[in-house]
Ligand binder design. Structure first.
Ligand code: DAH
Length: 344
């Protein structure tokens, strides 16, 4: 074949070349443009061309080289475009599916609501440790080792070898003494948190549950202040028309002590299963801080007085959401959990 025909053939082949993969593109490059490629070989063949046509030959081969490079670039570009279009770009304007959205745990919802209610009247939220020692959980709260009131709360001890013994706190009241030791009155705090008791698990009892503790210590704090604070809480939590009643009770760390009932917000005090047809639902324990507790924590009980209260969060959530089995709060069954306020 005449060498000029060969150039013509090659030009056709270059224009017609199709590639689908990066490998094929590379083959194309090696074949035509590479340093050992066909065009390079053509250049070397100039020796065989008669002198009068050498110039023409040179121009043709140069043009061929140019067209091979252009073709290479365009094949490369189209290969990249194809690769890009294969990456699935999600349509960002589509509304997101809400299927996997979580929901807030009912205990968290109620806890935050309580924290918020007390925050509005100046109570600061603090935390105490779940692993506590005997002194903070009992002794400082006027409940020494042989006190019969220790039987009110069946305790999980972690280690009795140490002194004081280590345990899982049985109530958030344990944080009271910690705060009184480190802060000077006026003290106005709430302590939300988890507590533990060695109870047989049933629909009404569990070995873990949550409380919100409240403590207010200042000069001239009276029982009337306690009552007014709790009335405010009841109205915010259960509705404006709520009424409260305080029944005398006993806690070692308060004197006098009381339990508080709120008028049944389910039946409007007409009588229902929740209030056991009494029109009242018990929601918390409270009282005036016993002077012995203040003294144990280094607070002058002649100068200062205070009140305290402890609210069960599960109990409140059970009433609010009409849940009749306490265990549901701890089983993490999604069918139960997803019924509550979703996280948005
Ligand atoms: N700690 C008590 C309990 O777990 C509840 C309680 C009662 C807390 C009276 C208080 C209080 O602060 O004054 O049963």
């Amino acid at each position: 074949m005449n060498i000029f025909d060969k150039i013509e053939d090659m030009r056709g082949a270059i224009q017609a070349a199709q590639i689908e993969t990066a490998d094929q593109l590379e083959q194309f490059r090696i074949k035509y443009i590479g340093s050992k490629g066909e065009i390079k070989t053509l250049f070397k063949q100039i020796k065989e061309v008669p002198n009068e046509r050498k110039r023409e030959f040179g121009q043709l081969v140069n043009a061929l080289k140019q067209s091979a490079e252009t073709r290479f670039q365009s094949l490369k570009d189209s290969l990249e475009t194809v690769a890009e279009s294969k990456v699935e770009v999600p349509d960002l304007s589509l509304p997101i599916s809400d299927e996997r959205l979580g929901s807030r745990h009912p205990i968290s919802i109620v806890r935050d609501q309580m924290v918020d209610i007390f925050k509005r009247i100046g109570f600061v939220t603090v935390e105490g440790p779940e692993i506590e020692n005997d002194w903070f959980n009992f002794t400082a709260l006027n409940t020494p080792a042989d006190h019969p009131a220790r039987d009110m709360q069946d305790t999980f001890y972690i280690s009795k070898k140490e002194d004081p013994a280590m345990l899982l706190r049985t109530h958030t009241s344990a944080a009271q003494a910690r705060i009184m030791q480190t802060q000077k009155p006026p003290i106005r705090i709430i302590v939300p948190g988890r507590v533990f008791r060695n109870e047989t698990i049933s629909a009404r009892a569990h070995c873990q549950f949550h409380q919100v503790e409240g403590l207010y210590i200042a000069e001239n704090v009276s029982f009337a202040d306690l009552k007014q604070t709790l009335l405010y809480f009841a109205r915010e939590m259960y509705g404006e028309k709520s009424r409260i009643q305080l029944r005398p009770s006993y806690f070692p760390f308060t004197e006098p002590s009381a339990e508080m009932d709120v008028s049944c917000f389910i039946c409007d005090s007409k009588g229902c299963a929740v209030c056991k047809h009494t029109g009242w639902v018990e929601i918390l324990g409270c009282g005036m801080v016993d002077p012995a507790v203040l003294e144990a924590c280094g607070i002058d009980s002649e100068k200062y007085t205070g009140f305290a209260f402890g609210i069960g969060i599960e109990r409140t959530a059970m009433l609010k959401y009409k849940v009749n089995d306490l265990r549901l709060f701890f089983e993490n069954d999604v069918r139960f959990l997803k019924q509550f306020q979703s996280v948005v």
